[in-house]
Structure formats: C-alpha cells, structure tokens
Design a protein around this ligand. Structure first.
Ligand code: HEC
Length: 149
C-alpha cells in the first residue's frame, strides 16, 4: 500500500513537472519572461542595424547634391546617362570597390575626383549612385570599398 502511494505521488510529481514545462513551452505564464529575454538579447543587434540605417540614409542625403554638382552633367540628373553611361540598373555598380575606384581615379574619359572630393564625399556620392533611382546595389563604406585601414 505504502509503495503504491509513493508511486502515485511520484507519478503526480512527474505529471506536474511535465505540465509545468508544457505550460512554459506553450507559453502561458512562462512566455512573457521568455519573450522578454529574447528581446533583450536582440536589442544591441537591432540598435546596430538602426545606426547603420541612419548612417546610410545620411550618406544618401549627402551624396545627392554632390551627384547633381559633379556628375549629372555626364550621367544625367536622374542617372539615365548622357555622355557618360546610364547608372540606373547598371550591373557594374554591384561591385563597390569598382565604383569607388572609378569615382576616385576616373576612367578613360571620366575625370577622377580624388583630391576634388574628400574620402567621405567620394563614399557618399558612390553610395548614392548605387542606391538612388531604384538601384539597390548595397552600401558603399570604407569596408565594402576595400579602403579601410
Ligand atoms: C566628364 C563626364 C563625366 C563626369 C563629370 C563623371 N563621369 Fe562617370 N563616367 C563617364 C564616362 C564617359 C564613363 C565610362 C567611360 C570611362 O570610364 O571613362 C563613366 C563611368 C562611370 C561609372 C562606371 C559605370 C560603367 O558602366 O562603367 C560610374 C560608377 C561613374 N562614372 C560615376 C560617376 C560619378 C559618381 C561622378 C561624379 C562624382 C561621375 N561619374 C562624373 C563620364 C563622366
């Protein structure tokens, strides 16, 4: 009799434990704490992503007037090309190191802008042409351009 009682008590404890963990997994009382800790862990990552977004948005606003002043005469006010090739949907812009080099050093007919524009301005206008007018060729930073110290 005693044995049976211990056994059923044990079973109740196991069932109770299973129920408790099922509740946590199913997310009733345990869920808010669990969600909270997942958010806490993701928060620094989210903040970094947000800072990047702000930096890239700032480069777009910095790059736009530089483009209009220094580039639009040859590439068109909306990047569709003129004496220079069109930059809208131009697959060569998918290579950030190429874009930076082209703008800094120029090409056979295009003048280089190294010394005319600062490194920050070169990156901003390059980032601008890679991401304006529906282009989505990603960020141009010192890292992606391959010029980071
Ligand atoms: C005097 C005209 C002229 C100006 C000003 C000029 N470009 Fe160019 N650009 C060209 C020509 C022509 C080419 C292609 C031939 C070459 O490399 O010289 C070219 C090529 C490019 C390319 C490579 C695209 C491809 O398909 O080869 C990029 C990117 C570019 N220019 C961006 C810029 C940016 C950004 C500016 C302003 C900072 C600028 N250009 C100013 C004439 C110009």
């Amino acid at each position: 009799m005693i044995g049976k009682k211990v056994l059923s008590f044990g079973l109740a404890a196991v069932l109770g434990g299973a129920l408790a963990s099922a509740t946590i997994a199913g997310g009733l009382p345990g869920a808010p704490a669990l969600t909270g800790s997942v958010f806490d862990a993701a928060a620094p990552v989210l903040r970094v992503a947000q800072a990047d977004d702000e930096m890239l948005a700032a480069m777009m606003s910095e790059g736009e007037p530089i483009y209009q002043d220094f580039c639009s005469a040859c590439h068109g006010t909306s990047g569709r090309g003129d004496v220079g090739p069109g930059l809208v949907g131009n697959g060569r812009l998918a290579d950030p190191a190429f874009v930076y080099r082209q703008i800094a050093q120029g090409g056979s007919e295009m003048p280089g802008f190294d010394g005319v524009l600062s490194e920050e301005e070169l990156l901003a206008v390059g980032h601008y042409v890679m991401n304006a007018w529906g282009n989505e060729y990603g960020p141009l930073t010192a890292e992606t351009a391959g010029i980071a110290e």
